[in-house]
Each structure stands twice: as structure tokens, then as C-alpha cells.
Design a protein around this ligand. Structure first.
Ligand code: HGY
Ligand code: MN
Ligand code: MN
Length: 423
């Protein structure tokens, strides 16, 4: 039975059920999820997705950096049109970040299976290793190795802050696959993801046709001062690593606010040693996350932060060591894919706008090797990386339907129909 392809629609209840089932893996009990990359919880999430892929008769392959790809043959051979995202999360994760893109991909497959539709080009759903980068930096590590932007050896040797090696964890959880990397480029890649910001909801749009991703700069700053007695050491004799760390954190925020224009700066991790009430900190470790849509401006922000760090450390007589964790220039997605997403959304009378992504995504890596785009759906109050992360079920389903028809057109399985020009 081959349904009228143009009329196909996903089964929204099934998608929502799968999202809930996956969210139960690594649940933090407050509606959120914690499945840090390559932990036992990540393994359990991967296992569940692989089980669903096998239930759908997808051909499942795992590559040497642990990326999982479920493939479905088309009527013709050649590279697949691919969708997907990630199922690893931050420690305060919500249930949609990454998971929606993977499960909507499986929902597209199941919709086609039920309708007896085989796509012209093959179709694939990817689950990329360590997209979050919270445990092993950089972020998007798996998709970066997938496209050849990082060698396998570098990826496997990535180490967590507590010294654990990524390759050892991959072995331990049983996802050190055999498929060589970099892998063959797909024909095209489209990722469905929650916006994780406030734009779509505040402006009343249902779909974001994502035009690209802003630049990302991550660094770890290691400060070495001198432990001393909090009560007996005069202020001018201190080499207080704790003070320097705090001055950097406030200075970074000041720089972002002064520069404006979309600059964002975050000190998300800060630790003191010995971290005791009556000891001047001898060491401090903090991370700095800087982002901007424009590469030239991002470099100026990095330079201003570097000057701040050097200055405040020098005045306190504290030594500085900088470790580069991630650096990705802004990415622009393929215009035809962006137009297609906007057109499919408009075809379905869904309010759509073009926008740049503030968050990093696996799509920004696939954009290096094939025409790539993203579909956003609104995040309630723009909140993400937080257990209260929420997207209206109707919006989740609308996004999955836009993904379904975008993939049907990209696989040459249906015509473009009325491709209106979304805003
Ligand atoms: O950091 C990011 O933008 C993404 O969540 N990895
Ligand atoms: Mn994500
Ligand atoms: Mn994330």
C-alpha cells in the first residue's frame, strides 16, 4: 500500500511516547535527564535507540568513535539523505535537547514503513557521540570525527576533567564500533532540534528555518597562586587564585555586556583548591564559553578576555595556563536546504522564520561535507539545559512533520509542492 506521499503525517502520539520512554533513561526525577557522554546512562539510552532502530529493520552500524547510524535502503543506491542528532545530555538536561532529532528521525522511518513508502534515495538516522562536550570536549566531538574534522586518535584520546580517556569509556560501554571514520558524506543532512532560546516563542513562530550556527570558543583557565592563612595574611601579601577567578568571571560578563551585539560569555565551571573557608586559594580552575555570530567580532572578544585574564592575574602575582577546549567558526547552512525547510513549513501553514542558532549542533559539522540545514521548534520561556525544558507537543509534532516532508523531497520521493518563501 503506498499512501499519497504528499498527505503523509507522523504519528504524534508515538513520537511523544518515545520521547517519554527515552527520558526515563537517566531520569533526574524532576522531569529532566542526565546522560553524560559514555556513562552507563548514555549506554542505556543508546541501547534503547538501537533496539528501536532494529525493530524498524534499519541496518545499524556503529563507527570507531561510537556514532550510531540506522540506514534504510532506497529504490536507488548512493549516499543516503540523513537526519539525526544526539542522545547524550548535560547533567541538568531536558528531555528534548538532541533526543527530539533522533526520535523524530525514527518516527519518519516508521511513518514510511506503515505507509509502504520506500524513498528514492536511501535514508539514514544518526546518533552522534558526545555532542554536548560537557564531559569530553570539544562539543560535537562525534560528528566532528565523522566528517574528518578531528582524527580518530585525537577523539579517542580526549580526556574528561577527572582524567578519564574517551576511548576507554567507549570500550567500556560497548560502543567502540568497527566502521572506519571519517565516514562517507551523506547526500544531505537535516536536523530537527529545539531552539533552546526565546526567539520563536516570543515572536509567535512555530518553525525556525536555521540559516547557520554562531561561532564557539571554549577555554579552561588554570590559575596558580599561594595557599595562605585567611586570618594572618595581609591583603597586599596575598597571591589569591580565588580572587583572580572571581575577577575573571565578572570581567568576562562585563566585556559581553559592553560589546553587546549578540556577544554571550559564560563561566560555567569554577573550582578552588583547597576550597576551605580559612585558606587563601592556591589554585583555581574555570571555563570560559564565548560565542558570537561573526568571526571577526568573536576574535575581538577573545582578545579582550585574554587581556583581562593576563592583567588581573599579573596584579595578584598568580600564574596562568590556558587550555583550548573548543573553537568553531560560525557556520552558514546551504541556502537551498534553508529555503526548502521554510517552504515546507509555509506549505503546511506553519509560521516560520529564518534564524541563526545560538547553540552548537551536529549539523554544523555535517555542513562541512554535504548540503545541510536545521529545523527549530520553540522552547518554552527559551529555557534549555534545564529539567524544565519544554516544547508544546503540537510544536514537536509540527517539527517532525516538517522533517518528514523535507526528507521526502530531498530523497526525491515527492515533489516540492508549493515552496513558499518563509520569512
Ligand atoms: O554547547 C552547545 O551549544 C551544545 O549544547 N553542545
Ligand atoms: Mn543539542
Ligand atoms: Mn545541549
Amino acid at each position: 500500500m503506498t499512501a499519497a506521499v504528499d498527505e503523509l503525517a507522523v504519528d504524534g502520539d508515538r513520537l511523544l511516547r518515545r520521547l517519554d520512554d527515552l527520558a526515563a533513561v537517566g531520569s533526574t526525577g524532576d522531569g529532566g535527564v542526565s546522560r553524560l557522554a559514555l556513562t552507563d546512562d548514555d549506554r542505556a539510552g543508546r541501547d534503547l535507540v538501537v533496539e528501536w532502530m532494529e525493530d524498524l529493520d534499519l541496518e545499524v552500524s556503529v563507527d570507531r568513535i561510537g556514532n550510531i547510524v540506522g540506514s534504510r535502503s532506497g529504490l536507488t543506491d548512493g549516499p543516503p539523505v540523513m537526519t539525526g542528532s544526539h542522545v547524550d545530555t548535560v547533567a541538568t538536561g531536558g528531555r528534548y535537547d538532541g533526543n527530539l532529532g533522533v526520535l523524530a528521525g525514527l518516527e519518519v522511518v516508521e511513518t514510511l514503513v506503515e505507509a509502504g513508502v520506500t524513498t528514492q534515495r536511501p535514508l539514514a538516522v544518526g546518533v552522534f557521540t558526545d555532542e554536548e562536550g560537557s564531559r569530553f570536549s570539544p562539543d560535537m566531538l562525534g560528528s566532528l570525527v565523522y566528517v574528518g574534522g578531528m582524527t580518530l586518535a585525537e577523539g579517542l584520546d580526549a580526556r574528561s576533567a577527572d582524567g578519564v580517556r574517551l576511548g576507554d569509556e567507549l570500550q567500556r560501554i560497548g560502543y567502540a564500533g568497527v566502521v572506519p571514520v571519517p565516514r562517507t558524506a551523506p547526500a544531505a543532512f537535516v536536523e530537527l532540534h529545539i531552539e533552546q532560546g526565546p526567539v520563536l516563542e516570543t515572536e509567535g513562530f512555530t518553525i525556525g528555518a536555521v540559516t547557520g550556527v554562531q561561532g564557539i570558543s571554549w577555554q579552561r583557565v588554570l590559575l596558580t597562586g599561594q595557599a595562605n592563612h585567611a586570618g594572618t595574611t595581609p591583603m597586599h601579601l596575598r597571591r589569591d587564585a580565588g580572587y583572580v577567578a572571581a575577577a575573571i568571571a565578572t570581567g568576562v560578563r562585563r566585556i559581553a555586556l559592553e560589546r553587546g551585539g549578540g556577544t554571550v560569555a559564560t563561566v560555567g565551571s569554577l573550582g578552588l583548591d583547597p576550597d576551605l573557608v580559612n585558606v587563601v586559594a592556591r589554585r583555581a580552575e574555570l571555563t570560559i564559553d564565548l560565542r558570537h555570530p561573526d568571526e571577526r567580532e568573536l576574535r575581538l572578544v577573545e582578545a579582550a578576555v585574554a587581556e583581562l585574564v593576563a592583567e588581573v592575574a599579573a596584579t595578584e602575582g598568580v600564574e596562568v595556563a590556558i587550555e583550548r577546549l573548543a573553537r568553531f567558526e560560525p557556520v552558514v547552512f546551504d541556502e537551498t536546504i534553508v529555503d526548502l525547510v521554510a517552504g515546507v513549513a509555509a506549505d503546511r501553514d506553519l509560521p516560520v522564520r529564518r534564524m541563526v542558532s545560538g547553540a552548537g549542533h551536529d549539523a554544523q559539522m555535517l555542513a562541512r561535507v554535504c548540503p545541510t540545514g536545521m529545523i527549530f521548534v520553540p522552547s518554552h520561556d527559551g529555557i534549555s539545559h534545564n529539567p524544565v525544558e519544554h516544547t508544546d507537543p503540537d510544536d514537536l509534532v509540527a517539527g517532525a512533520d516538517v522533517l518528514l516532508h523535507t526528507l521526502l523531497i530531498l530523497t526525491d520521493t515527492r515533489g516540492p509542492g508549493r515552496v513558499a518563501d518563509g520569512r
